[in-house]
Design a protein around this ligand. Structure first.
Ligand code: KIV
Length: 278
């Protein structure tokens, strides 16, 4: 079977990521729009259209209010902007917890309408069964254990996980169940180095850490955090740019130029041609 569309670059796919277990670290970032995805594409193995979009783009207090429609629009934009990286779209809160058939309907819609290569589900206790159902029906799934942002209302806050022995064992069990269910990779969020190491050793698929130490098979950060768009970021974020300072400086310069009538100048102005003399 061959497509009519000429694909000059083959996208990285779930089996490529899976094969990276214990090998070269997997480079991942979140992406929400086409121009940013186009810039990140050359440097990343995997772009995650995270439901963090609700907080970092739409100004929501947490990810609970994120909808299927939001994720589809952002997923489509990231697919249009990128060519090479694997694109994974987060399934929003409420779209997969209500039963495996409901989850299948929503995940299939997400894959069809965005063209993404996989979906990500936060792997709470009931979710591995759903992951197995989805994978058996052709939907590649990335899991997410440790701090699960969609559980913020039951947890009461975004809290690191695995602080007690009981919780540590529960997170390991959830990761093992997620891998056994067929997830091709697992995000580990907000756990100490020892627990990240134990999970990474316990599962046969690559782990991707966020606030989970260097003991994982890959790393992911929320892109606006690492580009320095916000004044506060968690301890685990390294800022590789100062976008906040740059945007502030550029906007102040623009405002000063408009007020001082220095913008637009002649070079930025259209002039009508003189009518030809009769
Ligand atoms: O939504 C998101 O950006 C995520 C990352 C934190 C992994 O799930």
């Amino acid at each position: 079977m061959s497509s009519q569309v000429q694909q000059t670059v083959r996208r990285i796919a779930a089996p490529d990521i899976q094969a990276r277990k214990g090998a070269e670290p997997i480079v991942c970032l979140t992406a929400y729009d086409a121009p940013t995805a186009a810039l990140l594409d050359a440097h990343c193995d995997l772009l995650l259209v995270g439901d963090s979009v609700g907080m970092v783009v739409h100004g929501l207090p947490n990810t609970v209010g994120v909808t299927m429609e939001m994720m589809i629009l952002h997923g489509q934009a990231v697919m249009r902007g990128s060519r090479r990286a694997m694109v994974v779209v987060d399934m929003p809160f409420g779209s997969y917890e209500g039963g495996k058939e409901v989850a299948y309907g929503n995940c299939a819609r997400m894959m069809k309408e965005t063209g993404a290569q996989a979906v990500k589900l936060e792997s709470g206790p009931t979710v591995p069964e759903t992951i197995s159902y989805l994978v058996q029906r052709g939907i590649p799934v990335m899991g997410h254990v440790g701090l699960r942002p969609q559980a913020v209302l039951t947890d009461g806050a975004f809290k690191a996980k695995g602080r007690t022995e009981e919780e540590r064992l529960r997170v390991i069990a959830e990761a093992e169940a997620t891998a056994d269910a067929g997830a091709f990779s697992i995000v580990i969020e907000g756990v100490a180095e020892g627990l990240a190491r134990d999970i990474t050793e316990a599962v046969s698929v690559p782990t991707v850490g966020i606030g989970a130490s260097a003991a994982c098979d890959g790393q992911i950060l929320v892109t606006p955090d690492m580009l320095g768009l916000f004044d506060w970021t968690p301890k685990f974020v390294r800022k590789y740019a100062d976008l906040r300072g740059e945007i502030d400086r550029a906007t102040a310069d623009y405002a000063a130029d408009v007020k001082g009538r220095r913008f637009p100048a002649e070079v930025e102005t259209y002039f009508s041609k003189k009518p030809a003399s009769p």
